[in-house]
Design a protein around this ligand. Sequence first.
Ligand SMILES: *[C@@H]1O[C@H](CO)[C@@H](O)[C@H](O)[C@H]1NC(C)=O
Ligand SMILES: *[C@@H]1O[C@H](CO)[C@@H](O)[C@H](O)[C@H]1NC(C)=O
Ligand SMILES: *[C@@H]1O[C@H](CO)[C@@H](O)[C@H](O)[C@H]1NC(C)=O
Ligand SMILES: *[C@@H]1O[C@H](CO)[C@@H](O)[C@H](O)[C@H]1NC(C)=O
Ligand SMILES: *[C@@H]1O[C@H](CO)[C@@H](O)[C@H](O)[C@H]1NC(C)=O
Ligand SMILES: *[C@@H]1O[C@H](CO)[C@@H](O)[C@H](O)[C@H]1NC(C)=O
Length: 349
Amino acid sequence: MQKGVCLWVVLISFGFIFVHAKVENGKVLIDGKSRIGETDNDFICATLDWWPPEKCDYGTCSWDHSSLLNVLFDQSERSNPKIKCDLKNKIFKNAIKAFSPLKIRLGGTLQDKVIYQTNNHQKPCNPFIKNTSELFGYTNGCLSLSRWDELNRFFQETRAVVTFGLNALIGKTVLANGSAFGAWDPTNAEALMRYTVKKNYTIDGWELGNELSGKGIGARISASQYAHDTLTLYHMVHRVYKGIERKPLIIAPGGFFDPSWFMKFLNKTSKTLNAVSHHIYSLGSGMDGNLTARILDPSYLDEAAKIFKKLESTINASSSSASAWVSEAGGAYNSGQNLVTNAFVFSFW
Ligand SMILES: *[C@@H]1O[C@H](CO)[C@@H](O)[C@H](O)[C@H]1NC(C)=O
Ligand SMILES: *[C@@H]1O[C@H](CO)[C@@H](O)[C@H](O)[C@H]1NC(C)=O
Ligand SMILES: *[C@@H]1O[C@H](CO)[C@@H](O)[C@H](O)[C@H]1NC(C)=O
Ligand SMILES: *[C@@H]1O[C@H](CO)[C@@H](O)[C@H](O)[C@H]1NC(C)=O
Ligand SMILES: *[C@@H]1O[C@H](CO)[C@@H](O)[C@H](O)[C@H]1NC(C)=O
Ligand SMILES: *[C@@H]1O[C@H](CO)[C@@H](O)[C@H](O)[C@H]1NC(C)=O
């Protein structure tokens, strides 16, 4: 989107009603003379997640083959009518190119349990397997180097700008109450990073962890330990990208905003962090029976701006000069709601 082009939209009357395929026409009037806000070139972005097809919420298994590990490359596999995503699909490719450059963040809950295959790693490279006794309900899953090659070819071809979320829980002990202790073990992440540089794949930013800040989702890391792990990532990037002029950004923690946690974290990462990232789900849970009304109520959209402002003022009051990023904002958490977040009404959000 171009800077400064943002329209004040006045809905005079709105009347698309889907009842037994009956369509009513309505009128939308756009007053282009005044604006209420601005977006910059980085406004449009998307996430590719790790959830396997078995991930279901409230009776709907919405992810299908859309994950980093199983979006399809092979046209021959398309004979399965249940599979809708395909990296060779022209429409999918052109949609990404149309936003060129589209910012794509690779990550999500299971990123902290991903093991990266390495050149000298002889163990089998298995996908996530559902197991309700495991943290987040799945075993660790493996990203193979051949899959990483295919994904990067796809990103190069579609000119996407990629941010990769690293496995921040590796090496830590997660207690039953969710508190994670110990330092991040960066060995496996460094192997992936070295391979990535050797192959000349461009990664715009390396982000550490997913939703482990503050109270955390499933698991949490203290602000001071997180700052220590971020320093580890900083040293790693400077080691691996030695001699390469343009270094990738260092981004963390990709979690929900918590003023005191973020303040502590920012003060301790003022020399290491380029962007402080947070997630926004101000619509609430995908299970909410009133979700459609929330989508059509503009005050929920304003919530996002309020959280963003609080983060900005926390940065301003800290010793950090990191920029504020939203690295995930799905609308309604836990995979949305069938027939709502995958329906026309969601375009308002
Ligand atoms: C599930 O995980 C638990 C805890 O790690 C383990 O003891 C159990 O054997 C696993 N179950 C299966 C079916 O693999
Ligand atoms: C979780 O348990 C550990 C060990 O008992 C304790 O140190 C920690 O404070 C607990 N965390 C929370 C959030 O209660
Ligand atoms: C690596 O990629 C950059 C930018 O994509 C390109 O300018 C450069 O020529 C590439 N180098 C090699 C060795 O492929
Ligand atoms: C549903 O949301 C709308 C808009 O926020 C609100 O006016 C209404 O009271 C809500 N209804 C229930 C049952 O929560
Ligand atoms: C933070 O500081 C910037 C730069 O001085 C300023 O433009 C912005 O309004 C401040 N934000 C808040 C929420 O205080
Ligand atoms: C963070 O740093 C700021 C600015 O140096 C200072 O005013 C503030 O008290 C510090 N807060 C914490 C929790 O460390």
